[in-house]
Design a protein around this ligand. Structure first.
Ligand SMILES: [Zn+2]
Length: 136
């Protein structure tokens, strides 16, 4: 791994919006993420700690306004029941830094039937072309 995250260094690289989502369970405006239209092959990492979370071949267009995936990398995320806002949802957290990433819903496409609805701001996309350093 190239990155050696320490809590202090990681926080210093995040924008206030990213901190708001990761640490305070914020949500970005729908349609605001450039990653909605990202179609290149590559890996999506946690913006908080660099943990690889999703690959581009599990990304799909859900029409929700947020980057959506139907599967996560093994062990990359944790789920937790979230009963805020009068709804029962499953919150998605980074398994490494426990940062809030988004929610998972049971209305996704096959084969999983899941929709990982993510905040693009807390995803760090690494296109395959620039991923030749062998970090994954
Ligand atoms: Zn993380």
């Amino acid at each position: 791994m190239v990155q050696k995250p320490t809590p202090v260094a990681v926080c210093g690289t995040l924008t206030p919006d990213q901190v708001r989502i990761l640490r305070e369970h914020g949500t970005e405006r729908p349609g605001s993420s450039p990653l909605n239209h990202e179609k290149r092959p590559g890996v999506y990492r946690c913006a908080g700690c660099g943990n690889p979370l999703f690959t581009a071949n599990t990304k799909y267009e859900s029409g929700s306004g947020w980057p959506s995936f139907f599967d996560a990398l093994p062990g990359a995320i944790e789920e937790r029941k979230d009963v805020s806002h009068g709804m029962i949802r499953n919150e998605v957290l980074c398994s490494k830094c426990k940062g809030h990433l988004g929610h998972v819903f049971p209305d996704g496409p096959p084969p999983t039937g899941l929709r990982y609805c993510m905040n693009g701001l807390v995803l760090d996309f690494q296109p395959e072309d620039s991923a030749n350093s062998g970090t994954i």
